[in-house]
Design a protein. Structure first.
Length: 84
């Protein structure tokens, strides 16, 4: 799992949401049930209709960390991390 400085959170795009769901072995409905949201919301995230934000993004991050889900950071975060 990528370790970030306090305040840094991953950007949850369609690819990351889908990858996390698959890592967890869940259907869209299963992930929706875990997050307390609708299956349609998960579908919209995965189709990049819109992105999780606020509490939803934070909850995805917590679920990812607890599941040892490894995701890549953005290119800017990669550059910043390697500059240290």
């Amino acid at each position: 799992m990528d370790r970030r400085r306090k305040g840094r959170r991953p950007t949850w795009d369609a690819t990351r949401v889908r990858a996390l769901r698959r890592h967890l072995g869940l259907s869209q409905q299963g992930l929706a049930d875990e997050l307390g949201t609708r299956q349609q919301t998960i579908s919209e995230w995965e189709r990049d209709v819109y992105r999780p934000r606020g509490a939803s993004a934070r909850l995805l991050t917590i679920v990812a960390e607890r599941a040892d889900f490894t995701y890549r950071t953005s290119a800017a975060e990669d550059v910043d991390r390697h500059a240290r």
